[in-house]
Design a protein around this ligand. Sequence first.
Ligand code: FAD
Ligand code: NAD
Length: 464
Amino acid sequence: MKTKTTTLLVIGGGPGGYVAAIRAGQLGVPTVLVEGDRLGGTCLNIGCIPSKALIHVADEFARACHFSNGNALGIHVEKPAIDLAQAQAWKDGVVGKLTGGVGALLRKNGVQVVKGWARIVDGKTVEVAVQEGEPLRIQCEHLLLATGSVPVSLPHLPIGGNVVSSTEALALTHKPKHLVVVGAGYIGLELGIAWRKLGAEVAVVEAAATVLPTYDEELTKPVLASLRKLGITLHLNTKAEGLTDSGGLRVRSSNADEFVLPADKVLVAVGRVPRTAGFGLESLQLDMAGRAVKVDEQCRTSMRNVWAIGDLAGEPMLAHRAMAQGEMVAEIVAGKKRRFAPLAIPAVCFTDPELVVAGLSPAEAEARGIEVTVASFPFGANGRALSMEGGEGFVRVVARRETQQVLGWQAVGKGVSELSAAFCYAIEMGARLEDVGSIIHAHPTLGEAVQETALRALGHALHI
Ligand code: FAD
Ligand code: NAD
């Protein structure tokens, strides 16, 4: 077996691992990154990027269909058609560009990439079944675990055949006639809406009483209305029981009604869990936090110089959190003083309409015993939103009553994902309502609704 020594060894080339490796390389830390599959991890290959590309295809197709059906704008087009194989090839091209870019960045920063599956021997030694060539033993001073997560599977609905996970649902080249989505969370709704817009009949089966159950009702109400308008059938308080012999999906509602939904594809999207099995992690006997590896505010595990980041380290399982943790660990290994204590990790749900949250919600503030002022501003009073047929939804702010310091933002509406940056700046920079209210926001933009929300919380909104 060949051997190699390094200062930092990263297992996993997703957003957590590759960012850690790039930053370590920038800081002159000898770094090896081991990836068993494709650089870019879940996010770039089978997650964030292909899903947003597919959502874009679906949106454009739905727009064309909308215009072919008569519309207020006076645009006329013939009935559109879509070549799904070509759309998938375009999506794969976007993924390829980004993953190729990650490889180039790693090379540029002197990171050695080893292609193969890593197996942990001890906290300083890893063996890799290298894809080409003989096995490799790597010895390191610091071991960074960034192995990500895997989808939760339902025992009575294992993935295979017509039962698919998000990975297969993102790659279909034929439109399913009847798609049943199990789970109305991020993946279920993002992909369910996309396939509905691409022409499939979509039914969503959700165990909870509402969609996106981690968000409050005020926020999810416009999403619910949109699902209904799109013609997606919702079965709330309902669980999937298994496939019938004829390929339908048997479901049971909380009041014990059992019925069968027609399904030529079933997408199971009931959450993801940290990837902790199959690579010798158990041999380290690390402290765990539920199914995730337990870490402190520097992403240190319970073993010295063994670090864990991203989905492996638990919720929120979001790419930007993984990247921020990766960058931080690289800097600590290089001798810098850092800790991971963000006031806001924004979360965006790319549904139609989009939904974004950053910092504390009114309920979270209340649970912490903080007295807050809460105010919202509707997009129906925002010129930009109305001029792009996006008058639904609102921006909401949560501020500490005593000091008017902004603690949180929530928004739902067309294109609100791009407001997440403004939301986080205000929270992380300790802005007060007055600061946001007195900044000149360009007109006409959705950003004006952010300013107006702050003004409304102060009692003097201008446009409502
Ligand atoms: P991963 O990206 O999962 O990367 C882990 C890597 O480790 C993988 O490449 C894997 O092959 C490798 N690996 C594992 N074990 C080994 C081993 N033993 N040896 C070698 N290599 C190994 N998040 C967002 O913020 N925004 C979104 O819009 C978004 N959309 C999503 C859509 C979908 C459909 C899915 C499934 C997820 C989405 N996410 C989104 C979540 C996001 O993808 C994850 O939070 C993010 O990828 C986590 O990064 P990570 O580096 O922790 O792990
Ligand atoms: P999720 O946790 O967002 O949603 C799972 C849903 O399934 C929940 O609503 C839950 O109540 C429901 N559910 C659970 N068991 C069920 C059952 N037996 N029958 C019916 N419903 C059931 O999980 P997800 O949609 O699989 O996404 C996984 C993770 O991936 C997310 O939590 C997020 O971290 C990440 N992600 C993020 C984005 C984004 O940032 N835009 C997009 C996709 C995925």
